[in-house]
Design a protein. Structure first.
Ligand code: SF4
Lengths: 238, 615
């Protein structure tokens, strides 16, 4: 056939000029925690479309909706403090924006609040996590003690790969701030504060891989939750 | 099920694109189990990315879930990495909505879209913890059902299924599930249920038929062995296609899939009658939806999904009787809503200047033609209604609009093909290149690229070429080599499909029940995901052919007489055997047949089937 697999693109996409900026706090839990960072972008974009909330498009040759996650969340980590910055072509009351969005979100994603962006993305310096984990054949108490031993090492070196310098060893010990440690049944529970943001970011999985290397075994079950996103002075990022 | 969920969650981070294995997408249907009477696991025997793009699944998923006490869930074939993790951790194949193991469902249904997915069916049954052979699954449930185009000759995989659904599924799926709902409380045996099911039009229960063979290996007879089984099973058709069920909701995946957009079916069937094309015959007759219906469905689905792209689905969109009006109407809407309208399989010679202009303004990339054969003589043999002049006319228009790339699709190994036809492919590609250079410099794009893609022709059941021998690997190799020798310009790129894939396809497409053990053997050796180049293991298939004494040439490369009893001769796709014989004869005489819109050729389809041009 004489076929073209072509698209008719809408004509009037670049005409909206005023933009209104919002900062949303959202929850990513349950099945939704396996949505990758890139997919999350698309997922939100569609949710806005379904909710009939008009996103503002960047101007220019290849217009795209303005959506921005200032801090990535590792796959598999629960959170109710995630941040999404958006721009709309219309002004909407915060509560209305939140409620409208929540009618169109998939399971596990929910807008907690909407507001104005106050701080700059670069002000994000720390994040806090709560991690429950177990090791086969060990009680939570034993696992917790093992984790304390892990943290009391002089150095905790992990391999870091970068395009420029290849693989080199970095000591993460000074960056791990243990806030609390306890146990319940088979599980150990720790709260950690780790560096986050554009300057230096340390994910929990790096810490727990180093932990596995330390005790020479494997973690059986692990549940990670991000609880806070903080500035240098430990204020909540807003 | 909590246990599966916990286990799965711990494994997800170890696999590629984990969102494919956990469900929870917008639009997925989760029901309260205590209020559900019949549970259906809809299995697509390929990976999520492919299966989720499939329109038939979306239709039947919506249809079944629209019944309050039925629950249909999705199941896909895991990639090899996740499959290994599932086996290591004793996770049985589960459905994405409930995360319950599918072995406990009432129905397990597979849609059979291509022959190379057959081993995946076995893999999925086995992963579910079920015996793969139907005879070894003794209890009533789960009932293993197959549907889709490959069901027009399901004989090679008949041994693994309890029943098949022939033709369009919108009505018969519900009839089957309602029958089950009525019978289940009385604890029938599987056979009792299947006997009742066999009475429903369009349902084929393979165990109720005995197949006898002649000494030369051909089928002698296929006879029913219970009174409920009809001698001929007719495919189902939805005559009132405009009012056919269409989903008002799609599952919107998180991860990128092959076709990630709203799809609206605008017409079903095809008027063209290309003699090699199975879809062109088994989906007959040609029916279409009204513009209002299409526009409403588009709007509903765009709103429900939030997709920013909609695509029209059909075998040949341009054949819609009101195509221009339809595109105008739809583009008014998509324009307003900032949605892209994608138009696959559209003949641009029939389009208005305005639409061509708008198409050209977007991306000057994909101009695609499928002449299928290199010379007019051979195109007449296959009844592919495209002339060189038409191709040139469209290319001239396209080049002067700035298009730079042309894709040409051909088949090698067509009936009555000669070296001259191969040279014709090279000539045609060269002419397209020349035409670009004849286009005034100020109009044409920077350069030109003509890609020639050659598939190997595979004769399929229910086509006029079902009698034809498939070209042997040696013949195909010779033709590929000859084509390469004929190409002179650097602007022409040639690509071939894997030949071994076509050989296997050829054997399976026209095979009989004796192939079941061969398929089983190949699967046991590790053949799965055969349609993926990186997983396709022809060496293992060859071992299986040898061990099971399967003569591939008998199935693929033999001319079959018009009188021979085909393995699928008890199935009736409503186009008559006489028509296929007539068309086969005309093919060898190089005579074309007009399309349905130009005039009915009496293929055997009845007026009652709702065809626009029939009767
Ligand atoms: S009956 Fe005639 S019009 Fe209808 S599908 Fe067959 S050939 Fe075409």
């Amino acid at each position: 056939m004489f076929t073209v697999a072509e698209m008719l693109q809408p004509k009037n996409q670049n005409l909206r000029l005023t933009k209104y900026e919002y900062r949303l706090v959202f929850e990513k839990t349950g099945r939704a925690k396996y949505i990758s960072h890139l997919d999350l972008m698309r997922c939100f974009q569609r949710a806005f479309k379904r909710a009939g909330i008009p996103l503002w498009y960047t101007q220019g040759f290849n217009p795209h909706a303005y959506l921005m996650f200032p801090l990535a969340l590792s796959l598999g980590t629960d959170s109710s403090v995630e941040i999404l910055d958006i721009a709309l072509t219309e002004q909407l009351p915060f509560d209305e924006l939140r409620d409208k969005m929540n009618t169109s979100m998939p399971e596990g994603l929910r807008i907690v609040s909407a507001g104005e962006p106050v701080m700059k993305h670069t002000e994000i310096v720390f994040a806090e996590y709560e991690v429950d984990f177990s090791v086969k054949g060990q009680t939570g108490d034993e696992t917790a003690r093992c984790f304390s031993d892990f943290l009391s090492q002089e150095k905790i070196e992990v391999e870091k790969r970068s395009k420029k310098r290849g693989a080199n060893l970095v000591d993460i010990k000074p960056h791990i701030n243990l806030l609390s440690i306890s146990s319940e049944g088979e599980y150990a529970r720790v709260s950690l504060r780790l560096p986050a943001g554009s300057e230096f970011n340390l994910n929990t999985n790096v810490v727990f891989e180093a932990f596995e290397a330390f005790f020479g075994g494997r973690i059986d079950m692990i549940y990670t939750k991000r609880t806070k996103i903080l500035t240098r002075s430990l204020e909540n990022f807003i | 099920m909590e246990e599966i969920r916990n286990k799965v969650e711990q494994l997800l981070l170890k696999t590629q694109k984990p969102a494919r294995y956990i469900g929870g997408e917008h639009g997925s249907v989760v029901k309260d189990k205590s209020k559900v009477d019949v549970r259906f696991a809809f299995c697509f025997p390929d990976v999520y990315d492919v299966g989720m793009s499939h329109l038939g699944m979306k239709i039947l998923y919506g249809l079944k879930n629209a019944v309050p006490n039925f629950w249909c869930e999705r199941v896909f074939m895991p990639e090899k990495d996740f499959e290994a993790l599932m086996r290591e951790n004793d996770i049985p194949l589960y459905a994405l909505e409930s995360l319950d193991p599918i072995r406990d469902f009432d129905f397990i249904g597979f849609t059979l879209q291509y022959e190379l997915s057959f081993t995946n069916v076995l893999e999925m049954l086995d992963l579910a913890g079920l015996p793969v052979y139907a005879k070894d699954r003794k209890g009533l449930m789960p009932i293993v059902v197959g549907g889709g185009p490959c069901v027009c000759n399901p004989e090679p995989i008949a041994a693994f299924f309890d029943l098949f659904i022939l033709g369009e599924g919108e009505e018969v799926n519900l009839e089957l599930m309602h029958l089950y709902e009525r019978m289940k409380p009385h604890n029938p045996s599987k056979e009792e249920f299947l006997r009742e099911a066999a009475k429903i039009e369009g349902i084929y229960v393979p165990q109720f038929y005995d197949v006898e063979y002649n000494e030369d290996g051909t089928v002698a007879s296929i006879t029913p062995n219970v009174p409920e089984a009809k001698p001929k099973i007719k495919k189902r058709v939805i005559p009132d296609f405009d009012h056919a069920y269409y989903p008002d909701s799609f599952v919107v995946p998180f991860t990128g899939i092959v076709h990630d957009r709203v799809v609206v079916e605008v017409l079903r069937g095809c008027i063209r009658g290309c003699r090699f094309c199975q879809a062109g015959f088994i989906y007959r007759p040609f029916r279409e939806k009204n513009i209002d219906t299409i526009a409403n469905e588009t709007k509903t689905l765009c709103e429900q999904t939030g997709y920013e792209q909609v695509s029209l689905s059909s075998l040949s969109t341009s054949d819609h009787t009101k195509i221009i009006e339809l595109l105008t109407r739809l583009s008014d809407y998509t324009d307003k809503e900032n949605i892209n309208l994608s138009l696959p399989s559209l003949r641009i010679d029939t389009m208005s200047k305005e639409i061509v202009d708008r198409l050209a303004a977007v991306r000057k990339s994909g101009l695609t033609f499928a002449p299928e054969a290199g010379t007019q003589r051979l195109r007449d043999v296959i009844n592919k209604n495209i002339t060189e002049e038409e191709i040139m006319r469209t290319c001239r228009l396209a080049f002067s609009e700035g298009y730079q790339a042309v894709k040409l699709y051909f088949m090698l190994g067509l009936p009555d093909e000669t070296d001259e036809d191969i040279e014709g492919i090279a000539d045609l590609a060269q002419k397209v290149v020349d035409l670009y250079y004849e286009t005034p410099k100020n109009l044409r794009g920077k350069s030109v690229q003509v890609s020639v893609s050659c598939a190997t022709f595979v004769p399929k059941p229910f086509t006029p070429f079902e009698f034809e021998p498939q070209a042997t690997p040696e013949q195909i190799k010779h033709r590929q080599g000859h084509l390469l020798d004929c190409i002179k310009s650097k602007k022409i790129k040639i690509s071939y499909h894997q030949m071994n894939v076509s050989i296997l396809e050829g054997v399976l497409a026209r095979g009989d029940r004796r192939l079941a053990d061969t398929i089983y053997c190949a699967w046991k050796k590790g053949c799965t995901l055969d349609s993926w180049d990186e997983h396709f293991r022809f060496d293992l298939w060859q071992e299986a052919f040898e061990e099971c004494h399967t003569d591939t040439a008998f199935y693929a490369n033999r001319r079959r007489s018009y009188e021979e009893v085909a393995p699928w001769s008890h199935l009736d796709y409503l186009v008559s055997h006489e028509f296929f014989v007539r068309e086969n004869k005309k093919a060898h005489e190089g005579k074309t047949t007009r399309n349905c819109a130009e005039g009915c050729s009496g293929c055997g389809i009845k007026k009652e089937c709702g065809g626009v041009y029939c009767g």
